[in-house]
Design a protein around this ligand. Structure first.
Ligand SMILES: Nc1ncnc2c1ncn2[C@@H]1O[C@H](COP(=O)(O)OP(=O)(O)OP(=O)(O)O)[C@@H](O)[C@H]1O
Length: 262
């Protein structure tokens, strides 16, 4: 089953300088199967976040349609959860209360949401920190708590907008491992934005490469490697190098700098 679908999607915003509509993305076609993890990679400003915002129903397309779970998206979608680079934890709540927030809004009983929050925090390696406040945790621990909060409402679809980009390299690899395991075990569908080519390859079934603004998908690459549930192992495979090379070519990494040097 197709869980997330973009059909000929375009989105324009009013340009501040000209006061005219200007396309951010154009003619985007994406189909993500249930349980699949797909990464979107593209130059800065090509419209990656705009696509996720349309996937969640926060923005509506200017042209084309977006479907989640087979239903046309016309307003914010409940079965979708977002995770961003900023953890957006509420500083006045303990991390247990932060993780339980979505369930509280859904009217789940205090005992049940406490159980879910504690279980998820344990899975995210935060056992013993349940009653700490966000300011008492490191950046990596706060992102773990944000991951637990994202999973607490048991969304079918996760939209992940560079969730680990502010973390140091080693913390990032450990969080990628936790995320990959949970996505795989719970058969979640995810659309993941990253600037980190190896992260995209390590976590995904498929990669979508975008052009510069107005962004459109210029290439689709099946990763076709083992260990989607174990990115630490996948990172060691020899096939990673050529795949990263192909992405660098598509993104013209190094080309501008070369031109500047000559
Ligand atoms: N609400 C908005 N109003 C006006 N312009 C917007 C709005 N949201 C995004 N844009 C513009 O649309 C373009 C695409 O933005 P978007 O944030 O989706 O790109 P991105 O690929 O996620 O960028 P980055 O990789 O730098 O995070 C940018 O030029 C941005 O300025």
């Amino acid at each position: 089953m197709i869980e997330i679908e973009f059909r000929k999607v375009g989105k324009s915003f009013i340009d501040r300088q000209t006061s005219q509509p200007r396309a951010a993305v154009t003619n985007v076609n994406i189909a993500v199967r249930s349980g699949e993890v797909v990464s979107i990679i593209g130059p800065s400003g090509c419209g990656k976040s705009t696509l996720l915002n349309m996937g969640s129903g926060l923005y509506l397309p200017t042209t084309g349609e977006v479907y989640v779970g087979g239903e046309l998206v016309t307003k914010p979608v409940r079965k979708v959860a977002f995770m961003l680079q900023k953890d957006l934890l509420m500083p006045w709540r303990t991390i247990r209360a932060n993780v339980a927030l979505g369930l509280e809004i859904d009217g789940v009983s205090a005992a049940e949401r406490d159980k879910v929050a504690r279980d998820l925090l344990a899975k995210c390696h935060l056992k013993g920190f349940e009653d700490h406040y966000p300011y008492q945790l490191s950046g990596g621990m706060r992102q773990r708590a944000a991951l637990a909060r994202t999973l607490a409402v048991d969304p079918q679809v996760l939209l992940l907008d560079e969730p680990f980009s502010a973390l140091d390299a080693q913390t990032k690899m450990i969080l990628q491992q936790d995320l990959a395991k949970m996505l795989y075990e719970k058969k979640k569908t995810a659309l993941f934005i990253t600037h980190d080519l190896i992260e995209g390859i390590a976590l995904s079934d498929r990669l979508l490469v975008m052009s510069e603004r107005p962004g459109t998908i210029i290439e689709e690459i099946e990763v076709n490697l083992p260990h989607r549930d174990n990115p630490l192992e996948r990172r060691k495979l020899p096939e990673i190098g050529p795949l990263a090379g192909r992405l660098m070519e598509l993104l013209k990494v190094g080309k501008d700098q070369e031109a500047e040097l000559h």
